[in-house]
Design a protein around this ligand. Structure first.
Ligand code: ADP
Ligand code: 5GP
Length: 209
């Protein structure tokens, strides 16, 4: 089937496991992953160009001015943005593209790409969210408190997402996210070219009879 690429937005509270889930999803199912730009300082082990494009505030502002992002947002104390070119090129080639972004960015994507599928990842409960955020050990308690406050605020936006997926058992969560993406690809509106092609084929066959 000649399918149009689907734009998949994955959001979720800080520490819910988005990065972990997305990494497994890409390894197992080979989707295209958009690498964002950010003004945040790299965490230990993060690689420029792989985890993020790490930018100064000035560089980031220049990219905004040159229309280099399809969306950008301020989250807690830093800027984050999705580079335009990669996403547009991949979709044109019919590939499914994953964006791992926060809720303001997700809402901007929904406005520009109404066919995008929005998935919100949650933890089994609030306490495990706190445990995961602390367990990651990459933020100071002050930053953790800000991220938990932001998570509380983000609960108001969960209803705007198409799907809620719980990240309890990691493998199950990855397979559930994949199930959503696969189903989305089978939507008739994502297969218009296939319908046109089938119609033409059946017309040709009728002419032969
Ligand atoms: P996010 O990208 O959403 O901020 P991370 O992927 O960095 O979150 O995960 C936060 C922490 O939670 C990490 O220490 C990670 O190993 C852990 N984690 C992720 N998924 C699970 C899971 N299903 N069960 C238990 N711990 C998890
Ligand atoms: P972190 O600092 O934990 O890597 O990311 C903080 C938040 O920014 C997460 O919710 C993450 O999904 C989000 N984020 C990462 N990249 C982008 C992006 O390009 N745009 C937007 N709007 N949010 C992003």
């Amino acid at each position: 089937m000649n399918k149009k690429g689907v734009l998949i937005v994955i959001s979720g509270f800080s520490g819910v496991g988005k990065g972990t889930v997305v990494k497994k999803l890409i390894e197992k199912y080979h989707y295209s992953l958009s690498v964002s730009a950010t003004t945040r300082t790299p965490r230990p082990g993060e690689v420029d160009g792989k985890d993020y494009y790490f930018k100064s505030v000035e560089e980031f502002r220049n990219l905004i001015d040159y229309n280099g992002f399809i969306e950008w947002a301020q989250y807690v104390e830093n800027y984050y943005g999705t580079p335009r070119k990669y996403v547009e090129d991949e979709l044109k080639q019919g590939h499914n593209v994953i964006l791992e972004i926060e809720v303001q960015g997700a809402m901007h994507i929904k406005e520009q790409y109404p066919d995008a599928v929005l998935i919100f990842l949650t933890a089994p409960d609030g306490a495990s969210l706190k445990t995961r955020l602390e367990g990651r050990g990459t933020e100071e308690p002050k930053v953790i408190a800000k991220r938990l406050k932001r998570a509380y605020e983000e609960t108001d936006d969960m209803k705007y997402y198409d799907y809620l997926v719980v990240n309890d058992d990691l493998e199950t969560c990855v397979d559930h996210v994949n199930a959503v993406i696969v189903a989305e690809g089978f939507k008739t509106e994502n297969n218009r070219e296939y319908i046109t092609k089938t119609k033409q084929e059946l017309l040709d066959i009728r002419k032969e009879i």
